[in-house]
Design a protein around this ligand. Structure first.
Ligand code: E4P
Length: 218
């Protein structure tokens, strides 16, 4: 399973990349706004800066909601760097845009996926990735991980090549369960990735090993 970081924060992207386990980055307009990135030129420069850090796919989201606008934006975003994946919302014109961009050889990530029906449509259109939002489903008392499992089963039965990118990850359990139930990729805040490192018995065990070494070498 690939690990993407879900942020537009360059310091966090560098930190995750330095761990040696980073396969890509996802962003969205909210994450860009959080970093104070405004204006087309600055947005383009910021995507380029992210691409220069990471050796992997970088999702950049369109803000148009009509077919022509999404295609226009998609082409511009894709021209920034070959690592760019154009993120398109799961709407009717979005499906048409995914099909069009796919035929042009541009990678796409269908975002805001909340059902298996949406996942089937995006795969039919040829999306490179689909992003089911696990945490936002959990927030409204639906089982986000169950959706990952259902889509993974459908894609396996049907032989769809679209990769399931589990998004809206809120905690390390979401990462573990996404791996267990067949996500090809997770995109997560740095905090949840780092939380995977933690186990109290690791800390206690290491402390004892080091104390024993110190005793026998003093
Ligand atoms: C990433 O592709 C999604 O836009 C992101 O994971 C959404 O996360 P959120 O639900 O925490 O905003």
């Amino acid at each position: 399973m690939k690990f993407f970081i879900d942020t537009a924060n360059l310091a966090q992207i560098r930190e995750a990349n330095d761990l040696g386990i980073l396969d890509g980055v996802t962003t969205n307009p909210s994450l860009m706004a959080k970093e104070g990135i405004k204006g087309t030129d600055n947005v383009m420069k910021h995507y380029k800066a992210i691409c220069d850090i990471v050796d992997g796919d970088v999702s950049a989201e369109v803000i148009s909601t009509d077919f022509a606008g999404m295609i226009r934006e998609g082409e511009i975003l894709a021209s920034i760097d070959e690592k760019i994946v154009v993120k398109i919302p799961m709407i009717k014109d979005g499906i048409k845009a995914i099909k069009h961009l796919t035929l042009m050889g541009i990678k796409t990530n269908c975002t805001l996926v909340f059902s298996s029906g949406q996942a089937i449509l995006a795969a039919k259109a040829g999306a490179t990735y689909i992003s089911p939002f696990v945490g936002r489903l959990d927030d409204i008392s639906y089982d986000g991980i169950q959706l990952i499992a259902e889509i993974a089963q459908i894609y396996a039965v049907q032989g769809f090549q679209t990769q399931i990118l589990a998004a809206s990850i809120r905690n390390p359990i979401h990462i573990i369960k996404s791996a267990q139930f067949g996500a090809h990729v997770i995109t997560s805040p740095l905090e949840s990735i780092l939380a995977l490192l933690k186990h109290p018995l690791t800390d206690i065990g290491l402390e004892k090993f080091l104390a024993d070494h110190k005793k026998s070498n003093s």
